[in-house]
Ligand binder design. Structure first.
Ligand code: G6Q
Length: 548
C-alpha cells in the first residue's frame, strides 16, 4: 500500500499549501461575503463556523479528496459494525454501541452486544437511584452524602469532566470527588473533611491492576475500617467498575456490587459505560440517558452525513491541514465556559493517547507528523496569560473556541462580556493589526512621533491565525454528549488518515511497567547498578535524604 504522504492527494495538498500560505484571511472575507455561511455546519445544537481558517474552497475539495482516498466512508461503517479496528490488541472499538439509543443490534463475535449494555444500564439506574434517594445507606444506616471516584486516566478524566460540566444538573446534597494521583496528598486531602459513615467509594479500573488506583483504594479502605471497625462495612461503602471480576473479589468487593464493561471499550472512550456511574449518581439516570442520546445523535450525523457536511470529518481535515502542511505542532482547546474547564484535559488524553503514534497500523515508521500537542484552559484567563504567544509568537497555533449561547448562570451582563471576549479573540487572531492600523491608533492617542517609531513593530499583529468557533445552544447533558462525540470522531478520522491505530496505548503500558521496576529499589535500599548514572544517582540521593 502506498504510504499516505506518497499519494497524489497528499502531494496536491502540499503544493496547494504553498499557494494558500501567502493569502490573508481578512482578504478572503472581503472577497467573499458568504464565506462564513459557506463554511459553517449546524448539527445537534452546535454551530461550527470554520471560516476563520487558512483555506479556500479548493483547499476543502483537496482535503475531501484525501478523505475519499483513505476510504473514510468505509472506516466509519467498519467502526459501527464492530470490526476489530484495534489490531494491536485484537479488539473492536464499540463505544458507539454504549450510546446506541435506537437499540438496533450491534454484533461482535457473533453476539449482539446491546442486551449486555442494557442490563448494565438498568443496574446503574437502580443503584444511582438508590444512592440519590437515600435508600442505599452506609453501614450505620445513614444516607450517602459524598461519593469518591477512585480511578486514573480514562477511568477518571471523563466522569470528572462531565460531572463538572453538568454541575447545574447535580443533586445539591450529594457531593462528588475524584481521586486519581498516587500522591497521598490527593486522597488524604479529599478524605479529610469526609464522614466515613456517609461516604461511598467507586473504584473504577478497567484492568483493576493499576498501581495508583489500587493504592488509593487500599488507603480509602483502611480509612473506612479505622473509623467503622468492621470488614462488613466495605460492602456498603465500596463498589467497583471493572472488566476484571476476579481482581475485584480479591480486593474484597462483592461482585454483586460490580458494574461490568467490556474489552471493546477503550479507557479514554469509556465515560458512556459503567465508568460513567459517578455521572449517573450526580445528575440522575434520566440526564445520563440524555448524555448518551446526544452522543448517539452525533454518531448518526457522523455515520450518514456526506463528508463535505460532516462536522467531525471537517474538523479532522482542518487539523491534518495544519499539522501536516502548515507545520503546526499544537492545537489549543479554549472553552469559554467555566463548567467546561476540564474539557482541555479530557481532550488532551483523548487526542494525544489516540494519535500520539509513530508507526502505522502495519508497523512502519511514519514520515509525517501525527497527533499534535493538545492544550488549553477555560477563557478568559488564558487571555491574560498565554494568548500573547498565540497572537504574536512565532508558532502557528490553531484554536477551537467553544462557547454556549446561553449560560446556566445569567447574571447582569457577564455572559455578553464573556461572549464578546471570545469573538474578539478569534476576530483579532484572524484580522491582526497592520502597520498602518497600528500607526493610526498611536497617532490618534496623541503619542509623539519618535515613540511611535520605537513601538510600531511591537504593536503590529500579523493575524492570519486560524480558529474554529463552536457555539453550543446551552451546555445540557445531550449537547455535551454531542460535543464529546464530535471530538471522538474527529480523532478517529485523523487516525484513519495518518494510518495509525488510534485505539491502543503502549506508551501508557510502558509507564505502568517502569513504575514497578524502581519501586522495590526505593523501598529496600538495594544496589541500583542497572540504571544509567543519572537514575542511580537520583535513587541514592532519595535514600540519603529520606527521613525516617
Ligand atoms: C485510556 C488508557 C488509560 C487507562 C488508565 C487506567 O485509554 O488506557 O488512561 O484508562 O491507565 O486504566 P485502568 O482503568 O485499567 O485502571
Amino acid at each position: 500500500m502506498t504510504e499516505i504522504d506518497q499519494t497524489e492527494e497528499w502531494t496536491a495538498l502540499a503544493n496547494h499549501w504553498a499557494e494558500v500560505k501567502p493569502l490573508q484571511m481578512r482578504d478572503l472575507f472581503q472577497q467573499s461575503p458568504e464565506r462564513a455561511e459557506q463554511m459553517s455546519i449546524r448539527q445537534c445544537g452546535i454551530l461550527l463556523d470554520y471560516s476563520k481558517n487558512r483555506i479556500t474552497s479548493r483547499s476543502m475539495n483537496l482535503l475531501l479528496e484525501l478523505a475519499q482516498a483513505v476510504d473514510v466512508d468505509g472506516w466509519r461503517r467498519r467502526m459501527f459494525s464492530g470490526e476489530r479496528l484495534n489490531i494491536t490488541e485484537n479488539r473492536a472499538v464499540l463505544h458507539v454501541a454504549l450510546r446506541n439509543r435506537s437499540n438496533h443490534p450491534i454484533w461482535y463475535d457473533g453476539e449482539d452486544v446491546m442486551p449486555g449494555i442494557n442490563t448494565v444500564l438498568k443496574q446503574m439506574e437502580a443503584f444511582s437511584g438508590a444512592v440519590r434517594s437515600g435508600e442505599w445507606t452506609g453501614y450505620t444506616g445513614k444516607p450517602i452524602s459524598d461519593v469518591v471516584n477512585i480511578g486514573i486516566g480514562g477511568s477518571n478524566l471523563g466522569p470528572l469532566m462531565v460531572c463538572e460540566a453538568l454541575k447545574p444538573y447535580q443533586k445539591a446534597d450529594l457531593r462528588m470527588h475524584f481521586v486519581s494521583n498516587v500522591d497521598a496528598t490527593h486522597i488524604l486531602e479529599t478524605l479529610r473533611p469526609l464522614d466515613p459513615e456517609t461516604t461511598l467509594f467507586i473504584i473504577a479500573s478497567k484492568t483493576f491492576t493499576t498501581q495508583e488506583t489500587l493504592t488509593n483504594a487500599y488507603t480509602a479502605r483502611n480509612w473506612l475500617l479505622q473509623k467503622l471497625g468492621d470488614e462488613k462495612a466495605v460492602a456498603r461503602h465500596f463498589v467497583a467498575v471493572s472488566t476484571n471480576g476476579e481482581r475485584v473479589s480479591q480486593f474484597g468487593i462483592d461482585t454483586e456490587n460490580m458494574f461490568e464493561f467490556w474489552d471493546w471499550v477503550g479507557g479514554r472512550y469509556s465515560l458512556w459505560s459503567a465508568i460513567g456511574l459517578p455521572i449517573a449518581i450526580a445528575i440522575g439516570m434520566d440526564s445520563f440517558y440524555e448524555l448518551l442520546q446526544g452522543a448517539h445523535e452525533m454518531d448518526q450525523h457522523f455515520l450518514h452525513a456526506d463528508l463535505s457536511e460532516n462536522m467531525p470529518v471537517i474538523m479532522a481535515l482542518l487539523g491534518i491541514w495544519y499539522v501536516d502542511f502548515a507545520n503546526a505542532g499544537t492545537h489549543a482547546i479554549l472553552p469559554y465556559d467555566q463548567y467546561l474547564r476540564y474539557l482541555p484535559d479530557y481532550l488532551q488524553q483523548a487526542d494525544m493517547e489516540s494519535n500520539g503514534k509513530r508507526v502505522t497500523r502495519f508497523g512502519r515508521p511514519v514520515d509525517y507528523p501525527t497527533g499534535p500537542v493538545i492544550w488549553g484552559t477555560a477563557g478568559t484567563d488564558g487571555q491574560h496569560a498565554y494568548y500573547q504567544l498565540i497572537h504574536q509568537g512565532t508558532q502557528l497555533i490553531p484554536c477551537d473556541f467553544i462557547i454556549p449561547v446561553n449560560s446556566h448562570n445569567e447574571s447582569g451582563d457577564h455572559h455578553e462580556k464573556l461572549f464578546a471576549n471570545c469573538l474578539a479573540q478569534s476576530e483579532a487572531l484572524m484580522r491582526g493589526k497592520t502597520r498602518v492600523e497600528a500607526r493610526e491608533e498611536m497617532v490618534a492617542s496623541g503619542m509623539d512621533p519618535d515613540h511611535i517609531v520605537d513601538l510600531l513593530h511591537h504593536r503590529i499583529f500579523p493575524g492570519n491565525r486560524p480558529s474554529n468557533t463552536l457555539l453550543v445552544d446551552k451546555i445540557t447533558p445531550s449537547r455535551l454528549g454531542s460535543l464529546i462525540a464530535l471530538y471522538e470522531h474527529k480523532i478517529f478520522i485523523q487516525g484513519v488518515i495518518w494510518r495509525v491505530n488510534s485505539f491502543d496505548q503502549w506508551g501508557v503500558e510502558l509507564g505502568k511497567q517502569l513504575a514497578s521496576v524502581i519501586l522495590p529499589e526505593l523501598k529496600e535500599e538495594r544496589q541500583t547498578t542497572n540504571h544509567d548514572s543519572s537514575t542511580s544517582g537520583l535513587i541514592t540521593y532519595f535514600h540519603r535524604h529520606r527521613k525516617g
